[in-house]
Design a protein around this ligand. Structure first.
Ligand code: SF4
Length: 452
């Protein structure tokens, strides 16, 4: 392990932002909080961390590891103990300084803090707690904080952190206990699910306890999330979405994130390296399916099965489902209930709501649907307006599949181009570095300055 003793805060930042890049569980919506006039920072329910840079990094949070030193040896992780990579650790003061300075310059809206396991889970969690405590009480930072709960840390520490953070997450890492044993031998399902349950119970207990100036519950007001690595182990999509479904139901998770496996280590237990790169399209399909579970009333067993355990990467999961259930179509737009409309490819939850509202005033035709935002290129095979289809068309799986495959799907820009080289904060051509001096309560600390 290479640990440089004398590093500037900028050198540490370079290492520890880069080390955090594989963690995708950092969206952070869910808390609306006004500054009370005594501190710095606001939280906005929508808008924080709503955009991602090309490599999946959430651009409006300062996303760092507290340390990339780690006593564990997860096979898939660049920071595992057995890798010879430059190591660095912040101090709580340094994280506070960075957060406050970046916030003042409007570069960030909050902090996403994860960490390797320094000496033990408790030691690490203690340092995270010290950081958050200082940030909230001494620096008076009222912006958004998403922090990782370290599996194996004491319940009391996790609880204390939960009263300071907006969102917490414990990474499930891999979909099954068996995969965890194989690739993350120092972790186990119990260590991961215990803090998840604790956060859930404390959120429930404290949900009535509203902090006045925050207008939000005191404990983890933005809820908890988790992340699973996809493609490092042989689980099918069906297994993965069933795990996600069960986490949503049993642990009240806000989000499950799927992270396409990136080959950064050589290990016999990892899949053979190919030229194909991370399974980004598969990851995208899982996110779409996740959306269907959370907002469209689908169940995992409706989307896939033991016999048909993987999504067709060429079609989005809703189209895939509709093609297997042609007996449910066509749906009459002017009569179908909201839940039925939700299941039509090309109709999103917003359009479904608009249809229900608009048809109270008039009988809707295809032109109206276009204005409402329905994607007719996809929907036309599955709907009628006033008893008529848009064009004479066959309701036949092969025929519709062929036509749907011809419709160019709008995929996220990064799919197909993603290199997984994370932009560091300083790769931005608009930034240049200068030395500057920050005065904190204990005196002066020299760090580099980013100049826009
Ligand atoms: S605990 Fe595992 S995944 Fe986390 S930093 Fe250490 S080696 Fe990496």
């Amino acid at each position: 392990m290479r640990i440089a003793e004398q590093m500037t805060i900028f050198q540490k930042l370079n290492i520890l932002t880069d080390a955090a890049k594989y963690d995708v569980a950092c969206t952070s919506s869910g808390v609306d909080r006004r500054n009370d006039g005594t501190g710095m920072g606001n939280c906005v329910k929508e808008g924080i961390c709503h955009s991602f840079s090309a490599d999946g990094r959430c651009i409006s949070l300062l996303k760092i590891l507290f340390t990339n030193e780690c006593i564990y040896d997860c096979k898939y992780c660049i920071n595992r103990a057995s890798n010879d990579v430059p190591r660095a650790s912040f101090t709580p003061d340094e994280v506070c300084t960075l957060t406050m300075e970046f916030y003042r310059r409007n570069y960030i809206e909050g902090l996403f803090l994860s960490s390797g396991i320094l000496k033990s889970p408790n030691d690490t969690m203690e340092l995270i707690y010290a950081t958050l405590y200082k940030l909230r009480t001494e620096c008076n930072f009222q912006g958004y904080i998403h922090v990782k709960a370290i599996p194996g840390a004491s319940q009391e520490l996790i609880q204390r952190v939960g009263f300071l953070a907006d969102r917490m997450s414990v990474n499930l890492e891999l979909p099954t206990a068996e995969s965890l044993r194989m690739l993350a031998p120092h972790k186990n399902r119990k260590n991961i699910l215990t803090p998840m349950r604790l956060v859930q119970n404390k959120m429930q207990e404290n949900k009535q306890e509203i902090v006045e100036y925050r207008n939000a519950p005191r404990f983890v007001p933005a809820g908890q999330s988790t992340q699973m690595i996809i493609g490092a182990t042989p689980e099918t999509d069906y297994q993965i979405i069933r795990v996600a479904e069960s986490l949503y139901k049993k642990f009240d998770l806000k989000r499950v994130f799927y992270s396409a496996f990136v080959h950064v280590n050589e290990d016999l237990n990892l899949p053979v390296r190919t030229d194909e790169g991370p399974p980004l399209l598969r990851e995208h399909r899982l996110y779409q399916a996740d959306w269907l579970l959370r907002y469209y009333g689908f169940e995992a067993r409706e989307l896939l099965s033991e016999e048909n355990p993987n999504f067709n990467v060429l079609l989005d999961p809703k189209c895939n489902w509709a093609l297997k259930h042609l007996e449910a179509f066509p749906v009459e737009i002017n009569r179908a209930d909201y839940d039925t409309l939700l299941r039509v490819p090309g109709i999103g939850y917003k359009s479904a709501g608009r249809i229900v509202k608009a048809r109270r005033m008039a009988v809707l035709g295809f032109e109206d649907l276009k204005k409402i935002g329905v994607v007719l290129k996809r929907a036309l095979y599955f709907i009628t307006c006033n008893g008529k289809m848009m064009y004479p068309t066959k309701i036949e799986e092969d025929y519709i599949t062929r036509n749907l495959l011809d419709v160019k799907e709008k995929l996220p820009a990064h799919i197909g181009q993603m290199t997984y080289k994370q932009l560091s904060l300083f790769d931005d051509v608009n930034f240049r570095m200068e030395q500057f001096t920050v005065t904190d309560r204990r005196g002066k600390t020299a760090i580099e300055k980013i100049v826009g």
